[in-house]
Design a protein around this ligand. Structure first.
Ligand code: FES
Length: 563
């Protein structure tokens, strides 16, 4: 008995008597491909977010060529196509405003074209989650290949990482401890090679979590962008995607609830970015999987933080790679993982990490000697954050984990920058800096403004951390006692809108509380007296965004894109 190969999705575009079936073949001929190049072969899309405006992704064309080689080797037919790119430094007001738009473009580009499988090329913070969201919705076989981290930077004998150390030295500049000349000199070397930021920021976190969830190949998380092994990984992805098409292994079979739990545990074990909580929630939402804040917090309490990387530790991604990378980290925490989960290698996660070795126990700590007994993130609730807020205790000051102080309120980002360095600002180191109007609706797009600068007069006096909170996000490269994603945001009528100068605020991380110590009735009165002004966007994408974006606890996805 013979079994016939499953019918390829792409054949529907060509095996049709309609004129367009004929024209599509003519169009391929126009690019130099006769039917023998693709007939009966899986057509593999290479979804490329390369852009010169996104320096982290500027090398992805080279990876695309490697993917193509792999696809040809395995008997597929590669077709590269562009999607929008989200460059963290260049895009204003924030790349997060456009993450959902990019995800829609990825989804519809896949859905509309004669593709049987897709390799996704991303790297900079939002490009990886946008691609995973789009691929999850389109649900044809897919492999994520990220661009890899930059090489370690070195300045005046010190090893530095972007942009944790940019932020650290900016503070020193404002405090008058380095000169403008020093600052300019640092600028020349902080981004040393292609690739994404090389601390455990959002890009590194999403690359590593993709590997842990099984949607990226082993090695994806940490191989540096400039290392030739990144090219070989890309070539392997090209070969492997052809197998996935033959096995019909789709994202919905890989990204299961258990796979997301693996991803969340990895996030906590690495001290990863707060932004990953939003992105994982959004990707899961596309597959109809709910990831409540309580799940993130429960897994944090039972996952040791074992990766000694900035901003929570000492080392950088290049060191992580030499120590064994994500595979070695996963092997350390394997008793906590669902190792039976299927991955894009066609094997289980347990099989993937079976041979992984930890070569440096100072970079990747053992589960018995962690950096911290609990994970890198804590989910807060309380009267100031009824549906949640996040803090990264591993990158915060131990002495501020339980703290009560007087609120010093800034109405928005502009107000903050106008007044923060005012010598007459009424502020002490024990106060709590509060900023609002920075959430998904208020920002709009929930910019990374949550790393509120400290008042200059306190910096000069030696203060280096205070409790700060907002409805904004914070870069994964940032640090400090900073509560972000306060939800509901002020522009949606959350209690944050009711905080006044001088109110008492209490942060209690051990008990996961963030409270405004003001009577409920008084909060309601204030909110009813001055309802928050929603920004008015009259046209275009921004208008659609403001109408449909959900709050941070729902991943900031659009309500109409849920699976
Ligand atoms: Fe692209 Fe940091 S700027 S990852």
């Amino acid at each position: 008995m013979t079994t016939s190969a499953p019918r390829l999705r792409s054949s529907e575009w060509f095996d049709t008597p309609e004129l367009y079936g004929w024209l599509r073949k003519a169009a391929f001929m126009a690019e130099g491909y006769g039917p023998e190049a693709y007939d009966g072969k899986p057509i593999i899309g290479i979804c490329n977010s390369w852009s010169e405006l996104t320096h982290c992704n500027a090398h992805l064309r080279g990876l695309a060529e490697a993917v193509k080689r792999g696809v040809w080797q395995a008997g597929g037919f590669p077709m590269e196509f562009p999607v929008m790119s989200l460059g963290e430094y260049n895009m204003r007001p924030t790349t997060m405003l456009f993450r959902n738009l990019m995800s829609m473009e990825v989804e519809e580009s896949i859905r509309a074209n004669p593709l049987d499988g897709v390799v996704l090329l991303g790297g900079c913070d939002k490009t990886t989650p946008a691609m995973l969201m789009g691929a999850a919705s389109a649900d044809i076989p897919a492999i994520m290949v990220t661009g890899g981290p930059q090489l370690n930077a070195s300045w005046r004998g010190e090893t530095l990482g972007s942009c944790t150390d940019c932020r650290r030295y900016e503070v020193e500049l404002r405090a008058g401890r380095i000169t403008q000349e020093d600052w300019s000199d640092l600028q020349t070397c902080i981004v040393r090679s292609p690739g994404h930021c090389m601390v455990m920021g959002t890009a590194s976190t999403m690359a590593a979590v993709s590997e842990a969830m099984g949607i990226a190949l082993p090695g994806n998380g940490a191989i540096p962008a400039a290392d030739s092994r990144r090219l070989r990984l890309s070539e392997l992805a090209g070969r492997q995607i052809v197998s996935l098409v033959r096995d019909d292994l789709r994202p919905s079979r890989v990204l299961t609830p258990q796979a997301f739990e693996n991803g969340i545990r990895t996030l906590h074990a690495m001290g990863g970015s707060t932004n990953a909580v939003i992105h994982l929630t959004a990707i899961a939402g596309r597959l109809g999987i709910d990831l409540p804040g309580s799940l993130f917090d429960a897994l944090s309490r039972s996952t040791p933080f074992i990766l000694n990387l900035k901003p929570s530790g000492e080392y950088l991604m290049e060191d992580f790679f030499y120590a064994g990378g994500v595979g070695a980290l996963l092997r350390e925490i394997s008793p906590l993982l669902h190792t039976e989960q299927m991955t894009v290698t066609g094997q289980t996660l347990g099989e993937n990490i079976g041979g992984a070795v930890n070569h440096n126990a100072d970079v990747i700590r053992g589960i018995e000697s962690p950096m911290n007994a609990e994970g890198g993130l804590a989910v807060l609730n309380g009267s100031l954050a009824p549906t949640g807020a996040l803090i990264k205790p591993t990158a915060a000051s131990e002495s501020l984990m339980t703290h009560e102080g007087r609120a010093v309120v800034f109405e928005d980002h502009d107000d903050l920058f106008e007044r923060i360095d005012d010598p007459d600002l009424d502020v002490t180191p024990r106060d709590v800096l509060v900023m609002r109007s920075s959430g998904p609706i208020g920002g709009p797009g929930m910019p990374e403004w949550g790393f509120l600068p400290l008042p200059k007069k306190l910096l000069v006096g030696g203060v280096r951390d205070m409790v700060r909170l907002s409805d904004a996000r914070m870069s994964g490269t940032a640090f400090g006692t900073v509560a972000v994603h306060v939800t509901p945001e002020s522009a949606a009528g959350g209690p944050l809108a009711a905080v006044r100068n001088g109110d008492r605020i209490k942060l209690d991380v051990p008990n996961r509380r963030l409270d405004l110590l003001v009577e409920d009735r008084e909060v309601e009165r204030r909110l009813s007296e001055s309802p928050p002004a929603r920004p008015i966007h009259k046209r275009g994408y921004a208008a659609m965004y403001a109408r449909h974006v959900m709050q941070a606890d729902r991943g900031c996805d659009f309500d109409f894109l849920l699976g």
